[in-house]
Design a protein around this ligand. Structure first.
Ligand SMILES: [Zn+2]
Length: 336
């Protein structure tokens, strides 16, 4: 079946690469897209990197995978977009776009009549996701963010869809899988799940890491995912990796503008009420104590010193078992 994204078209057995222009209003962005249309039938898998600026491992891994995959080895189709948000990636290097200050991963599925970032989100959803059988969005802890690697997905209430997403999340092989108990919000994987596309978020690396070893970790996870989905042939002796499942318990927003002095780090276990750090007003030296609103493990946190009111300082998850009822007061932090 012919695979088309914008002006790019790949017929069965072909791989096509190029830049797709996307009209954002004030500017036209050029999105790098690779289409691999395998010689054998199979699922359509969509991978995006560079939804945020300053998160390099996903951009690197998606670009490398786009160069590596061949139609001869692929079952079905693979759509790769290593830089899904060029303004944020090339000019911004942070989570927000320099065009309008909008974090695209809060506004999916976007609005074709909205501002530049909403238009870009709408374009991505209109052109990459239709017909997709699986979607993975590749993120990292940004330049100002600490993070321990994890894979995320959301529960939608559709048992079959949730089971597919869960299987994808565990197939990546990272030790930690963190789920959200609903699919609300503007994250790409949540909005995709609401459209019925099994979707995961893969978070790899932190603090602007571009170490080849970090990219290798992500590439290994992507190959595991593609073998799980049937896109690539299975290994003769697959080695499943044990995974633990967590559920988001709390997101900690900065109560004020100030200087952030964290006292805890990624991967640490914290108790409710424990101090996470101090926020110091540079005008008068007054301190706000920031405490953990829940007991659990810190999966990511703010590394930047100056922070604005509302900036996300930490995200905490607690162990999850599928048999337990919905946890009390579930809350999904808007995961980067
Ligand atoms: Zn991100």
């Amino acid at each position: 079946m012919t695979l088309t994204v914008g002006p790019l078209t790949a017929d069965t057995g072909r791989k096509v690469r190029g830049t797709v222009p996307v009209d954002l209003g004030p500017v036209t962005a050029g999105l790098p897209v690779t289409l691999v249309d395998g010689v054998r039938p199979g699922p359509r898998v969509v991978l995006t990197g560079g939804v945020h600026g300053g998160e390099f491992a996903g951009v690197d891994a998606a670009a490398r995978l786009a160069a590596l995959l061949t139609p001869e080895e692929v079952r079905g189709q693979v759509v790769l977009c290593p830089v899904a948000n060029p303004p944020a990636v090339y000019q911004g290097r942070l989570g927000t776009s320099p065009l309008d200050g909008v974090n695209i991963n809060r506004v999916f599925p976007g609005d074709p009549d909205g501002g530049p970032t909403e238009r870009l989100a709408a374009w991505l959803f209109a052109h990459l996701l239709p017909g997709a059988d699986a979607y993975a969005d590749l993120h990292s802890g940004g330049i100002d963010e600490t993070l321990t690697d994890f894979v995320g997905y959301r529960l939608t209430g559709d048992a079959a869809l949730d089971a597919t997403a869960r299987g994808m999340a565990h197939a990546v092989g990272y030790p930690d899988v963190v789920l959200g108990t609903d699919a609300t919000g503007g994250n790409s994987h949540a909005a995709a799940a609401r459209r019925g596309v099994p979707a995961i978020l893969i978070e790899t690396g932190q603090l602007g890491d571009r170490d080849p070893a970090t990219t290798a970790t992500l590439l290994d996870g992507l190959f595991r995912l593609l073998r799980h989905l049937g896109t690539l042939d299975p290994l003769p002796d697959p080695q499943p990796r044990p995974t633990r499942e967590w559920v988001w318990a709390a997101s900690v927003a900065s109560p004020a503008t100030g200087l952030w002095y964290p006292e805890t780090g990624r991967g640490e276990d914290v108790a409710e009420g424990q101090s996470l750090g101090r926020l110091v007003d540079p005008a008068d030296g007054r301190e706000h104590k920031v405490t953990a609103p829940a007991t659990g493990r810190l999966f990511y946190g703010m590394h930047g010193l100056p922070v604005a009111t509302g900036a996300e300082l930490a995200a905490i998850a607690t162990p999850y078992t599928a048999t337990q009822p919905d946890p009390p007061d579930p809350h999904n932090p808007e995961v980067q």
